[in-house]
Design a protein around this ligand. Structure first.
Ligand SMILES: C[S@@+](CC[C@H](N)C(=O)[O-])C[C@H]1O[C@@H](n2cnc3c(N)ncnc32)[C@H](O)[C@@H]1O
Ligand SMILES: [Zn+2]
Length: 158
């Protein structure tokens, strides 16, 4: 049997899943495995802090907490390279674009999960966005400080 095209490794948000070889756009990468529980049971577990619940329809949720469910290590990204898809009743993560070896494998967890568990997203896109706004904030702060210093100097000499 060939080895899977991913491995678990260190990510910026704990553990994550990484491609070990190129993955073609459209390829089924990994199954999100676990026992099916009712959405009512899932809600109870969620209230107790369960983070590996994957709702598949209006009745059922996959409880992906068993460690054998390697897909549970895939992190959220706002520019993901996989999407979830039900294939003959199995929850699969499918590549939405070509993935290079070494890339982190991610999917979009959805608004509800983000609101509940991820108030600050640490995906690469959000990090870059924050760094951009921080540097433009520090640029405008230093511009206004230097304008203030100029005014202070003008006041000194006049
Ligand atoms: C399904 S687990 C993913 C694997 C997890 N990183 C681990 O080490 O077990 C989901 C949890 O990972 C973290 N996580 C995943 N994606 C994230 C992101 N984009 N920003 C911040 N935390 C994230 C959150 O703690 C979330 O509840
Ligand atoms: Zn993000």
């Amino acid at each position: 049997m060939s080895s899977p095209p991913y491995r678990v490794g260190r990510a910026r948000t704990g553990l994550g899943l990484f491609a070990t070889e190129p993955i073609a756009k459209g390829a089924l990468v990994i199954e999100y495995k676990g026992p099916r529980i009712s959405n009512a049971q899932a809600q109870k577990k969620e209230r107790r802090g369960a983070r590996y619940l994957f709702e598949i329809d209006s009745r059922w949720t996959i409880d992906g907490s068993p460690r054998a469910n390697i897909a549970r290590y895939a992190n959220h990204s706002c520019r993901p390279n996989m999407e979830a898809e039900l294939v003959r009743g199995r929850m699969m993560l499918r590549a939405t674009r070509r993935i290079r070896a070494g890339d982190e494998l991610t999917y979009d967890y959805g608004r509800e999960y983000l609101d509940l568990f991820i108030p600050v997203c640490h995906c690469a896109i959000c990090k870059r966005r924050r760094r951009g706004s921080e540097s433009s904030l520090s640029l405008s702060l230093s511009l206004s400080l230097s304008a203030h210093a100029d005014r202070a100097r003008v006041r000194e000499v006049s």
